[in-house]
Design a protein around this ligand. Structure first.
Ligand SMILES: Nc1ncnc2c1ncn2[C@@H]1O[C@H](COP(=O)(O)OP(=O)(O)OP(=O)(O)O)[C@@H](O)[C@H]1O
Ligand SMILES: Cc1cn([C@H]2C[C@H](O)[C@@H](COP(=O)(O)O)O2)c(=O)[nH]c1=O
Length: 219
């Protein structure tokens, strides 16, 4: 069950590396601020001092798929408790650069890690007490999914920055990750807004802001 607090709004941004999501989060933040909302901007893995330390390990150190999945969820647990739940309880719009859909796409589909184990970890980390007003699984109300063929993403990233462990993966890995996002979107179409990220920066921004207007722009 998707659950948000009465007034807090949880939105995530997803896609393969280089799909362009980070280029548009600030525009969404500005859109909500212009509509009178307080915005918390954060990211995964990361978002707290502990989770940022884990991010360094995750993005740069070789490890087996189980260690990678456990560290992703350990970072997430701290992030949920220290940042996400408090922000939603305050009624903020919380914009998160990646969340658990990334774990299913990268560790599940990309690495081939057991999806059932990921679902169990998700329950442990994101389940909120039944007796609380936010009972159910904590997850984004909406995920902006920046959909882009891996070959185009790779061309955009080439030379843009020093690649980390994930960005150094070859195209077949990103084909699997992309199929993971497509599968997640097919399973929960009401939670995903697919953005055609192959268009120009300006056109992509228009798609994203049009979606904001349609969903949250009405008085
Ligand atoms: N629509 C676009 N057209 C052309 N280039 C783009 C477009 N969107 C982003 N870029 C460029 O592609 C590169 C990757 O963009 P960005 O960092 O926003 O992607 P990302 O999805 O956040 O990647 P990552 O997840 O790896 O951090 C940047 O150099 C950015 O300027
Ligand atoms: C949350 C999360 C992230 N990842 C991967 C995906 C990216 O390659 C990096 C994060 O880098 P970004 O530039 O900040 O997007 O981490 C992952 O594999 N699993 C996850 O759950």
């Amino acid at each position: 069950m998707t659950q948000s607090t009465p007034s807090g709004l949880f939105i995530s941004f997803e896609g393969i590396d280089g799909a362009g999501k980070s280029s548009h989060i600030a525009a969404v933040a500005d859109w909500f601020r212009a509509h009178g909302r307080h915005v918390t901007l954060t990211r995964e893995p990361g978002g707290t001092p502990l989770a940022e330390k884990l991010r360094e390990l995750l993005l740069h150190d070789a490890m087996d798929p189980l260690s990678e999945a456990l560290l992703m969820f350990a970072a997430r647990r701290d992030h949920v408790l220290q940042v996400i739940q408090p922000a939603l309880a305050r009624g903020d719009v919380l914009l998160c650069d990646r969340f658990t859909d990334a774990t299913f796409a990268y560790q599940g589909y990309g690495r081939g890690f057991d999806l059932q184990v990921l679902r169990q970890l998700e329950q442990w980390v994101q389940q909120q007490p039944e007796q609380s007003s936010q009972a159910g699984l904590l997850e984004p109300e909406l995920c902006f999914w920046f959909d882009l063929p891996p070959a185009i993403a790779a061309a955009r990233l080439a030379g843009a920055r020093q690649p980390d462990k994930f960005e150094s993966e070859a195209e077949p890995f990103f084909q699997r990750v992309a199929s993971g996002y497509a599968a997640r979107a097919a399973q929960s179409p009401q939670r995903f807004a697919r953005i055609d990220a192959s268009q120009s920066l300006e056109q992509v921004r228009e798609q994203v802001l049009r979606h904001c207007e349609q969903v949250w722009g009405q008085p």
